[in-house]
Write a protein that binds this ligand. Structure first.
Ligand SMILES: Nc1ncnc2c1ncn2[C@@H]1O[C@H](COP(=O)(O)OP(=O)(O)OP(=O)(O)O)[C@@H](O)[C@H]1O
Ligand SMILES: [Mg+2]
Length: 253
């Protein structure tokens, strides 16, 4: 069964067409990279799955339902969210918000709660920062806390908006490995937005490339080609492969 399905979905924001006639199906346990230039609609697409934005036309189904806000089955790490610089807030509090989001702190015995938070902190290599005031943490450390916050409820779908953007190679690889593990072992469907496909290339099942309101989805070898991307962008784009890396040349950002 498809976990996410879009049928001719269009999104208009402020009078502009952001996404046009997008159709796709994503299965349980798939690990998908979402790529495309600034303003292509990558974050908009995630917000569509979260029910934060409504399509102007077309049909969308997430976990068999019309998307609604506050769904515990979806974990979301937003893009570039500056964490509160309130010094009283500790790293473990930020991760704990992932549990309380829709419940305002009810329903979790203290011991279970602490244990869940510790596990999530550990998964992103931040247990040693648990008591640190978040205002003092680096951008990359904050980024990892957002990932911990997104995965703490054991969601069926994990939507990660540029989780690698502030990370060094080591921590970037850790987030990718963790995503792979969740997809393979727990059958979590992971959509990871990125500007560089290279760290993801040997791990993802498919890529979704967005540009100019249109999308192309498929295996990296099918989508990241000069032909497919030139068609998507409507202009000449060259895909150059070298040293096991791909470079996309001529795709304006
Ligand atoms: N509420 C809104 N009203 C009007 N336009 C909007 C709104 N939200 C987003 N947009 C526009 O929609 C387009 C897509 O935005 P989106 O944030 O989805 O891009 P993106 O692919 O995530 O880009 P980036 O790589 O910079 O994060 C942008 O041109 C943006 O200005
Ligand atoms: Mg974005």
């Amino acid at each position: 069964m498809d976990v996410i399905s879009l049928n001719n979905v269009s999104v208009k924001l402020g009078g502009n067409n952001i996404l046009n006639d997008l159709s796709l199906n994503i299965a349980q346990g798939e690990f998908i990279a979402v790529l495309g230039p600034n303003g292509a609609g990558k974050s908009t697409l995630l917000k569509l799955f979260l029910g934060l934005i409504k399509p102007s036309s077309g049909a969308i189904s997430v976990l068999g339902q019309t998307p609604r806000r506050g769904n515990d089955s979806i974990g979301y790490a937003p893009q570039n969210r500056m964490l509160e610089t309130d010094l009283a807030l500790r790293a473990r509090d930020v991760v704990g918000f992932g549990l309380d989001g829709n419940k305002w702190g009810f329903g979790w015995p203290n011991k279970t709660r602490t244990e869940l938070i510790n596990q999530a902190l550990k998964a992103v290599d931040t247990l040693h920062l648990a008591e640190a005031p978040i205002g003092q943490l680096s951008g990359g450390e904050q980024q990892r806390l957002l990932m911990a916050q997104a995965m703490i409820t054991n969601p069926k779908i994990l939507l990660l908006d540029e989780p690698l953007s502030n990370l060094d190679i080591h921590h970037s690889q850790e987030i990718v490995s963790l995503s792979v593990k969740l997809a393979r072992e727990k059958k979590v469907t992971v959509l990871l937005v990125s500007h560089d496909v290279n760290p993801l290339l040997s791990h993802i099942d498919r890529v979704l490339f967005l540009a100019h309101g249109h999308g192309a989805i498929g295996k990296p070898d099918e989508v990241i080609t000069s032909q497919a991307l030139s068609k998507l962008y409507g202009t000449r784009v060259e895909v150059v492969k070298s040293l096991n890396r791909v470079f996309i040349v001529g795709a304006e950002t």
